[in-house]
Every structure is written in C-alpha cells, then in structure tokens.
Ligand binder design. Structure first.
Ligand code: URA
Length: 232
C-alpha cells in the first residue's frame, strides 16, 4: 500500500496528517527517511514515525463521511458502494457496522472485526446513534413528547425505545436512538406526522464524525475510539 496510507492505518492520523509527517521527514522506511507519500511499501515494511516503529494492527477500523448516493454495502450493481471509495488493499475483508440509507450522509463505521461491529449493531448492547434530522415541518410539542416516549411504527406492534430529542433550529433536530430498525428515523418521524428531508449521522456510541472529513473521506479510528465500543 502507499506509505501515507500505511502511516495513517498504523497511527490513526488522517491521510493528510500522514502526508504532512512524511513530507516533514518524520517517517523512515527500512531505516532511511522517506518523503515520498505515494511510495508503495509492503505490509511488513519496517516503517517508523519519529523513531517509533509502526505496525499495522491486525484488525482495521475506519470511519467514513458517507456521501449521498453511496450504498452501505460491499457490492451493488446500480450505485457506488462505501467500499468502492477505499483503496482495494484497505477495503479487503471490511464490513459495515450499521448501514445508512442511500440518501443518508455522515458517520459510517467499517471494520474487519466482527465482534466489535456486533457490539454496535446488536439490539442488546443499546449503542446510541445520533442523527441530525432536517424536517419537512416544524416539530410540534406533542410530536417531541411522542418521540421521547416511543412511537408505534407502521406495520410493527412494539413501540420504539425512548429517544433523546434536541431541537437545533426550527426544522432541525438531533435524534438519538439505540435501535436500528429498518429506516427507523424516517419511520419515526412519519409516525408523528412529519417527514425527513435530510438525514445525517453524527455519532455512534462515543465515536463522533470527524469534522475534518469531507463527504467521501475516511480515516482510521484512533485506539481510544476503538476501545470506546468495547468498554461502552
Ligand atoms: N434511519 C433511517 O431512516 N435511515 C438511515 O439511514 C438511518 C436511520
């Protein structure tokens, strides 16, 4: 893989930060300073950052700012997938921890670690997910109370778990839910007589979408972000 990708994967630095470190002469390959960010190196190359040897972690954990029109799947015949946005060597064996609809943007987590993603997606672990929701109508007080208490979704017979609602603007709320039912946010808003105009995931558990990531960009998760899921 490319040297900047290698450094980013090992350290949690963004690709841009890794490039900067390489350009600044902080990275050595096989003991010699290398300022060429796109140099191809093997997975077992001896790379160091400021003298500290770097090793690729056994598992990979990434966050992506998912753009609209990209599918949260590993393969799709009609649309580009989130994995298509990654270099092939990084995409290998990754799966998505908690899908987003085609038109939903924001925090998408990708990993090779099945146990870790299970903690995010399993209904038992109660992992909260926060969405910024642009609404078609202003939210009435009754609708807010209903969302907070739990609503009945169409064709379902159990109420949603209590949600957290934060009013951000006249037609913008942040909604935190701890389930992942099919199209849940859109259906919750429909259940209270409103509708979703735009949906953007900002947080999963303690992991917040990095504001430095433009749509389509990604970075490795930091050790702390990875550990937050196991301890959450
Ligand atoms: N709820 C939805 O309706 N869509 C998403 O993409 C995520 C949550």
């Amino acid at each position: 893989m490319r040297l900047d990708q290698f450094v980013a994967n090992c350290t949690g630095l963004s690709r841009k930060e890794a490039k900067r470190a390489i350009g600044g002469g902080a990275v050595t390959v096989e003991g010699t300073a290398c300022k060429t960010a796109n140099r191809r190196i093997s997975d077992d190359a001896r790379v160091a950052l400021n003298g500290t040897p770097l090793t690729l972690p056994g598992e990979r954990y990434l966050m992506m700012n998912k753009p609209r029109g990209v599918v949260s799947a590993t393969r799709d015949s009609d649309h580009p997938t989130a994995l298509d946005l990654l270099p092939a060597e990084l995409a290998r064996d990754l799966h998505i921890a908690g899908r987003l609809d085609l038109d939903t943007t924001g925090l998408l987590l990708l990993t090779t670690d099945g146990q870790w993603s299970h903690r995010i997606t399993s209904p038992r672990t109660d992992c909260p997910k926060t969405y910024r929701v642009n609404l078609g109508e202003g939210l009435t007080d009754a609708a807010e109370q209903a969302l907070k208490a739990g609503v009945l979704l169409r064709n379902e017979d159990t109420r949603t778990r209590p949600a957290v609602v934060r009013r951000m603007d006249d037609r913008v709320i942040e909604l935190t839910i701890s389930e992942g039912r099919y199209h849940q946010v859109k259906r919750m808003l429909a259940a209270v007589g409103n509708h979703v105009v735009a949906l953007h995931r900002v947080q999963v558990g303690d992991i917040t979408l990095d504001p430095k990531l433009a749509p389509g960009e990604y970075r490795a998760l930091t050790g702390q972000e990875i550990a937050s899921v196991n301890s959450g």
